[in-house]
Design a protein around this ligand. Structure first.
Ligand SMILES: Cc1cc2nc3c(=O)[nH]c(=O)nc-3n(C[C@H](O)[C@H](O)[C@H](O)COP(=O)(O)O)c2cc1C
Length: 353
């Protein structure tokens, strides 16, 4: 297999294995996408990616990281996203969306203003979490979710999934990584519950698996469902690869099609071993041990590096984030570098040679 080989999951075929990793744009009001999102996502579809994944989109207002995040909790959001999804698909890419709940990392400012917690005013709210432990010492104590509130959030994921289908998306990715709500339940570093949602791995997986199960039921059989996980918390006593393999097996049994293997985000001070392709070993191990398709992400920047990840069976697809911010046409340039002929947008034909 190679980077530019087609890839099919269920009834969806991706023109290649280069996926746009979800990236928050912090540019929405009330969760609504606008011209920025249209141009940003549309450019990456014109740039030749196989899948364009919309940023983490809150399943409720409280599920956003910031008040400027994208959201997906009403028909108005679906209507606004419809035009974007249609354009991305018309450019030959598959359009997907990452659905998310920020949990205890919510109610913050945008990164370029420092990303600190907003405590009051119209852009603040009380974050929720498995346990009343703030992400940073001194941050407001999050509200410990009751079992009824957990049930409600499961249904919010279902509502967003149905809306995503009506908007024309063909992939849903559930965000269970980076220290946001579903990862907070999985990680023993943030989950100190003593009820059926805390303690053993089986209990810590219960909420995320319930979400995956209900979303799979609500999402058409012919369409792929992805889950992004943090395969390691990079902290002793935190989530690790063996736990992630177990979790991936359970997700696979529920009909999840691909595990997008990221890492980190659970706590501050983790010792992440950063380097080119540093998370690829997680994708390789989960693919081999859990018998499920994986996506590799993180510091993948070179065409040959990306192609090697696919041809060595380390992953079924690569997800690129920052490199696709630097160059929306990276897939077209990568094809040239690898000696593969892929069509360019006809409007750009004269620049191809
Ligand atoms: C601007 C920006 C926004 C991001 N937003 C999200 C997000 O919405 N959801 C997510 O799972 N990861 C998010 N990430 C992480 C990326 O998807 C990706 O996993 C990470 O940047 C590593 O890949 P890279 O080395 O190709 O950038 C974001 C990263 C950046 C740079």
């Amino acid at each position: 297999m190679h980077l530019f080989d087609k890839y099919s999951i269920r009834d969806v075929t991706f023109r290649n294995r280069i996926f746009v990793s979800p990236m928050c744009q912090y540019s929405s009001d009330d969760g609504m996408p606008n011209d920025w999102h249209f141009v940003h996502l549309g450019s990456r579809a014109a740039g030749g990616a196989g899948l364009v994944l919309v940023e983490a989109s809150g399943v409720s207002p409280a599920g956003r990281i910031t008040a400027w995040d994208s959201g997906f909790w009403s028909e108005e959001h679906a209507a606004a996203f419809r035009r974007i999804a249609a354009f991305v698909e018309a450019r030959g890419a598959v359009c997907g969306i990452q659905l998310a709940h920020a949990g205890r990392k919510a109610s913050t400012d945008v990164p370029w203003r420092g990303g600190h917690v907003i405590r009051d005013g119209p852009n603040a709210w009380k974050p929720v979490a498995p346990s009343p432990i703030p992400f940073r010492d001194g941050d407001p104590i999050p509200h410990e979710l009751t079992v009824d509130e957990i049930d409600e959030i499961v249904e919010q994921f279902v509502r967003s999934t149905r809306l995503a289908h009506s908007a024309g998306f063909r992939v849903v990715e559930l965000h269970m990584a980076h220290g946001y709500l579903l990862h907070e339940f999985l990680s023993p570093l943030s989950n100190e519950r003593t009820d059926e949602y805390g303690g053993s791995l089986e209990n810590r997986m219960r909420f995320p698996l319930r979400v995956a199960e209900r979303v799979r039921q609500a999402w058409p059989d012919e369409l792929p469902l992805f889950v992004r996980i943090s395969a390691s918390d990079w902290v002793a006593g935190g989530g690790d690869l063996p736990q992630s393999i177990e979790f991936a097996k359970c997700l696979g049994a529920l009909g999840v099609d691909l595990i997008d293997c990221s890492s980190g985000g659970a706590v501050l001070g983790a010792k992440v071993e950063l380097g080119p392709g540093y998370q690829v070993p997680f994708a390789r191990a989960i693919r081999a041990e859990a018998g499920i398709a994986t996506g590799a992400v993180g510091l993948i920047t070179e065409p040959k590096q990306a192609d090697d990840i696919i041809s060595s069976s380390s992953a079924d697809a690569v997800l690129l984030a920052r490199e696709l911010l630097r160059d929306p046409y990276w897939p077209l340039h990568a094809a040239r570098a690898l000696g593969v002929d892929v069509p360019w947008p006809e409007q750009y034909q004269r620049a191809k040679t």
